[in-house]
Design a protein around this ligand. Structure first.
Ligand code: GLV
Ligand code: MN
Ligand code: MN
Length: 408
């Protein structure tokens, strides 16, 4: 069998990623949401590539595209094809494309295990207030109450699944049988600056950081911006602003071990001459320590009670998502590091501050991740970029990993 050629693989990866990047709901920025017409088009393109790579294609009830080959225990290789709003081209698609190119390399050669390349549709949570629905279904941990969550237009996940031509009742059959999956491996851009600062193209991930999502609702009283004196106001937005700064201060006090982000805030009724009566905002809390995140939530709750008391408003804090810190399996960390070394690179060991489908897949089987350097560490941004050289090395390393892989 011919040795993988990183240069050719990198050029092919780049061409495929750019082609996928042209599928967007908006002409001037990348927006590809779960179960949208763009998801459909992207899934069809991925299915076409999978067939060309000799894979048998199927699709589950959440639209996850699966390209399969061979018999026996399954080596799962995947990532996601949804995007954040105004996202980059590489976050997600690189892992799907890498899996397809690597599987294609083995098209004429039997392996002692089967391979499933998986293209998930809901890693970013950019449509419904939940994430990892697709990989959770594959891992057998999909929570049926997720079906009731609605998008910004009021469409529930259950209705969106039906509109996509699927049936929510089929979700349990998306799950792999316990013991049938030997491992889940994902190639992903780093989305941070570590590899670039170490001048290395590839890394083996040690763990994926845990996440807590909070939905905060402040309720005061809407009123006339000209007539209500300042001491008599119950301004929901001023209270929310204090909550935003509280989250920032509590995170800053941890000196970098925990990060907290308020990425969405909506004030109602949202008019220039009306005191806001109600505000909703999200807090995304991340830390490698599950205990530290729990402590943050406790302090944040106490601080919000204090703000509410001082301002005579109500503040509700509801946790909407909790994902524990997920270690990558030590033997897969090592195997990925060996594969990286075999293509002539130094394998940097690093943690992931971003969330990944592996967090759900770890409930099914051991997981491993390979990170690829991205320019300036920039991600969730249209300027996101990984070079064809680095991506080619990653696919070549994935091929080396598959050559040596032994299901346990
Ligand atoms: C997904 O990319 C996340 O980390 O939020
Ligand atoms: Mn991603
Ligand atoms: Mn992302």
């Amino acid at each position: 069998m011919t040795a993988p050629d990183p240069e050719t693989l990198g050029r092919r990866a780049e061409a495929m990623i750019l082609e996928l990047g042209r599928i967007s709901a908006e002409p001037d920025r990348l927006v590809r949401r779960f179960l949208s017409p763009e998801h459909r088009r992207a899934a069809d393109l991925v299915a076409q590539w999978m067939r060309a790579a000799g894979l048998a294609v199927s699709e589950d009830a959440l639209g996850t595209v699966k390209g399969s080959r061979g018999e026996g225990p399954r080596l799962l290789i995947g990532s996601h094809i949804d995007s954040v709003v105004d996202g980059g081209h590489y976050d997600g698609p690189l892992g799907v494309v890498a899996g397809i190119l690597a599987a294609s390399h083995f098209a004429d050669r039997p392996l002692p295990f089967g391979i499933d390349v998986l293209a998930f549709g809901d890693e970013e949570g950019s449509r419904f207030p939940a994430t990892l629905a697709s990989s959770s279904a594959c891992a057998g941990i999909f929570r049926p109450d997720t079906l009731l969550l609605a998008d910004a237009g009021g469409v529930t996940l259950a209705d969106a699944i039906r509109a996509y031509g699927k049936n929510p009742e089929d979700i349990p059959s998306a799950s792999y049988r316990r013991g049938s999956a030997a491992a889940y491996v994902e190639v992903h851009i780093e989305q941070g600056p570590v590899l670039e600062s170490r001048r290395q193209p590839l890394g083996s991930v040690t763990a994926i950081i845990g996440q807590t999502y909070l939905l905060v609702e402040t309720t005061g009283e809407a009123g006339h911006a000209g007539t209500v004196p300042m001491p008599l106001r119950r301004d929901a937005l001023a209270g929310a602003a204090e909550a935003v700064l509280l989250a920032e201060r509590l995170a800053s006090d941890t000196r970098g071990e925990l990060v907290a982000t308020v990425g969405r805030l909506a004030a109602e009724p949202g008019a220039a001459n009306v005191i806001p009566g109600r505000v909703t905002l999200t807090v995304d809390v991340r830390s490698g320590s599950d205990r530290q995140r729990a402590e943050f939530v406790q302090r944040f709750n106490a601080g919000c009670r204090d703000i509410a008391g001082r301002r005579n408003i109500a503040i509700g804090v509801t946790p909407t998502r909790e994902v524990a810190t997920t270690p990558c399996h030590p033997s897969l960390q090592d195997a990925i590091a060996v594969a990286i070394a075999s293509v002539g690179s130094e394998a940097v060991r690093l943690g992931s501050g971003a969330g990944h489908d592996g967090q759900a897949m770890a409930k099914l089987c051991p997981i491993g991740m390979m990170f690829v350097r991205c320019r300036g560490g920039v991600s969730h941004n249209p300027l996101e970029y990984a070079s064809p050289q680095d991506m080619g090395l990653a696919v070549a390393a994935l091929i080396r990993f598959i050559e040596r892989f032994k299901p346990v």
